[in-house]
Write a protein that binds this ligand. Structure first.
Ligand SMILES: [Zn+2]
Length: 226
């Protein structure tokens, strides 16, 4: 097995290269911008064949950054079902639906629908690791401003992510406070008070935090985009 994070120092975005060492097939999840050459070098170094370029979610107008990669490797772009198709995607896009399995060599990724941060977020479960994009910020709830739906975020956190085994490792698309990995059990504890009340109370709290954050940081901004 091979597992290699790919981080963009400018945006802090983190992608993940996963590979099956037996059949030398690989996938990449949430490849950061300007990382194509690095990824190609990593693939060449290990003689890996890239089968899929996966995204956990896309924001409106956000590029996929995979056109060159797909053309060079033949890898299939995969985006959540219903997500906007990026304008720079020149090849057929495969939709990731809840319960789907994506196979690379002898390895399998399971697709979990985890909406909230955007309407069409998915996470990818691989063994004891969950690649959750921005569905769960480490230490707080992911809020993408007008894009986010706190009610669905509540459902995803309480009814999905926190039902996973407590030792499941969470790998996000952005670090928070320098952290790049967390345990489901740890995050469940950290957000317990926020999720202890009703769904409506959670929505009220998240909307209140959004308003406060907007006033403090960017009075005219719609909030954090990623
Ligand atoms: Zn995002």
């Amino acid at each position: 097995m091979y597992f290699h994070p790919v981080e963009d120092p400018d945006t802090g975005q983190i992608g993940y290269l996963l590979a099956d060492a037996t059949e030398q097939k690989a996938v990449v999840i949430d490849l950061p911008p300007r990382s194509t050459e690095l990824l190609l070098a990593l693939l060449a170094e290990r003689r890996l064949s890239l089968t899929h370029v996966l995204r956990t979610h896309l924001h409106p107008g956000e590029p996929m950054n995979c056109a060159a990669l797909s053309a060079l490797t033949g890898a299939v772009p995969v985006t959540p079902e219903g997500a906007p198709v990026p304008a720079d995607c020149t090849t057929r896009v495969q939709a990731a639906r809840d319960g789907d399995h994506i196979v690379f060599g002898q390895q399998v990724l399971q697709v979990l629908a985890t909406p909230g941060h955007t309407p069409h977020c998915v996470s990818y479960l691989w063994r004891d690791r969950l690649f959750c994009g921005d569905a769960l910020d480490l230490g707080s709830c992911a809020d993408a401003g007008e894009n986010a739906d706190p009610g669905r975020m509540f459902d995803t956190l309480s009814g999905r992510l926190f039902l996973l085994p407590e030792n499941t490792l969470l790998f996000p698309a952005h670090p928070l406070g320098g952290r790049r990995v967390a345990l489901v059990g740890e995050q469940r504890l950290r957000t317990a008070s926020l999720l202890a009340g009703s769904r409506d109370a959670f929505i009220t709290e998240m909307l209140s935090r959004r308003t406060t954050a907007r006033r403090r940081a960017h009075p005219s901004s719609a909030g954090r985009r990623y």
